[in-house]
Write a protein that binds this ligand. Structure first.
Ligand SMILES: CC(=O)SCCNC(=O)CCNC(=O)[C@H](O)C(C)(C)COP(=O)(O)OP(=O)(O)OC[C@H]1O[C@@H](n2cnc3c(N)ncnc32)[C@H](O)[C@@H]1OP(=O)(O)O
Ligand SMILES: O=C([O-])CC(=O)C(=O)O
Length: 378
């Protein structure tokens, strides 16, 4: 591999320091502030993880109760946001809705104290699901939903607002686990975008708006939606195998596979695969799970490329009845915790992030007056 290819996309370049997560030490493994992702996913809730990331320690029972109550009290939207959500077309992508909603919240509740990022994070975490589902229901059937669902957790609130009724315990737990898995991941592209914006001394909402826009693309958060679209294309595992081989021959990218840091295993994929397996109860979801397993087998056999978190998350979300265009917004709800913690960390020891570039353009040349110029190719 040429030196140019090896560092293209900043691959392998260490761009700063963080206490928030360790990713892929020796090609595998993930910890949030030293706690293994396996332990957090099995035992914690998103609120515990959010508190850990943003405030620095796992909350004691009283702290957790207070934190949950605070988030619950912050769910209502200002009327200006509701009116704007009504104006955004129902055909917009939900990621664009969240990007706009976050930006508008920054206009209405502008951050003036850089030490208030944790409070800004609480408000945004609490309101992002309200924004998405207000917009969704308004454009689906004209209803203006309220925000008083009696759900103490973010996981329950998301499912309740989407479906309009209390979720099952199994669904609530699956959503909580998924949010934990998606919460934080070191210097991924969207987090780095948030840190770059923060490094200019910009405000909290600008940093998160940058991050949402960066997460939207298919090479990053958008991959969970693209993975679902792929899985749904195939009637059965044999068709999936045949078509996949063709895609690989044509050098097409298979969404939900590969990772910049993990080479042997994305530990979150192993966890979410079991969540997806448990949720795949209906014949239709069992079929989609079998198709997914075959795609995984073929990718490993042919290319030695692993599933990343996005692949089986797609199956899990589909089984939970979540519309595919809402998959990446769920990633936003979760990653807002990690982004916020990174904004706080960046501010603690800030220096403008501004890398250099190798100039590969023209040699110096004289300016040509406009009446002496010709159009290229003419
Ligand atoms: C939560 C997340 O954001 S995780 C990432 C989600 N994104 C996806 O799932 C999109 C699909 N995956 C990809 O495009 C890539 O694997 C990325 C963007 C995640 C990582 O990109 P990079 O680190 O630049 O890829 P990397 O250098 O490891 O690629 C090595 C080789 O494997 C190939 N490869 C990597 N991923 C895939 C894939 N999903 N499908 C097919 N081939 C792949 C590359 O094309 C490259 O082949 P080449 O050497 O012949 O050019
Ligand atoms: O770390 C990355 O490159 C992508 C990411 O956000 C994740 O895997 O959660």
């Amino acid at each position: 591999m040429s030196a140019e290819k090896s560092t293209a996309g900043l691959a392998g370049v260490v761009a700063g320091r963080t206490e928030l997560s360790s990713v892929g030490q020796e090609g595998r493994g993930l910890t949030y502030r030293g706690y293994a992702i396996e332990d957090l996913a099995a035992n914690a809730s998103l609120e515990e993880v959010a508190y850990l990331l943003i405030h620095g320690h796992l909350p004691a029972a009283r702290e957790l109760d207070g934190y949950r109550a605070k988030l619950k009290s912050l769910r209502s939207l200002p009327s200006e946001i509701c009116s704007t959500l009504e104006l955004i077309p129902g055909t917009a992508h939900p990621m664009d809705v969240l990007r706009t909603g976050c930006s508008l919240l920054g206009c209405l509740e502008t951050e003036t104290d850089p030490n208030s990022a944790a409070d800004q994070a609480d408000r945004l975490l609490a309101t992002l699901p309200s924004m998405l589902f207000y917009w969704y229901h308004y454009h689906r059937d004209g209803s203006r939903i309220g925000f008083e669902a009696p759900e103490p957790t973010l996981a329950g609130y998301i499912l309740h607002l989407l479906h309009g009724s209390a979720p099952s315990e199994m669904a609530r737990r699956a959503m909580d686990m998924s949010l934990i898995l998606y919460a934080e991941h070191e210097f991924n592209a969207s987090t780095f975008a948030a840190r770059i914006t923060t490094s200019t001394l910009s405000d909290y909402h600008s940093a998160i708006t940058s991050a949402i826009g960066t997460l939207r693309g298919n090479l990053h958060g958008g991959a969970n939606e693209a993975a679902m679209e792929l899985i749904e294309r195939f009637a059965d595992p044999d068709e999936a195998e045949r078509e996949l081989l063709g895609m690989l021959t044509r050098k097409e990218k298979i969404m939900g596979f590969g990772h910049r840091v993990y080479r042997e295993e994305d530990p979150r994929s192993t966890i979410v695969k079991e969540v997806a397996r448990a949720l795949a109860v209906s014949p239709e979801n069992k079929r989609l799970f079998a198709v997914s397993e075959r795609i995984e087998q073929v990718m490993w056999r042919e290319k030695r490329i692993i599933t990343n978190l996005d692949f089986y998350s797609a199956n899990a979300y589909h089984s939970l009845g979540i519309p595919t265009p809402m998959f990446t917004p769920l990633f936003v709800f979760a990653r807002t915790t990690g982004w916020s913690a990174h904004i706080i960390e960046q501010r603690k020891d800030n220096r403008l992030i501004r890398p250099g570039a190798d100039y590969v353009g023209s040699d110096p040349r004289p300016y040509v007056p406009i009446d002496e110029r010709t159009e290229p190719g003419r």
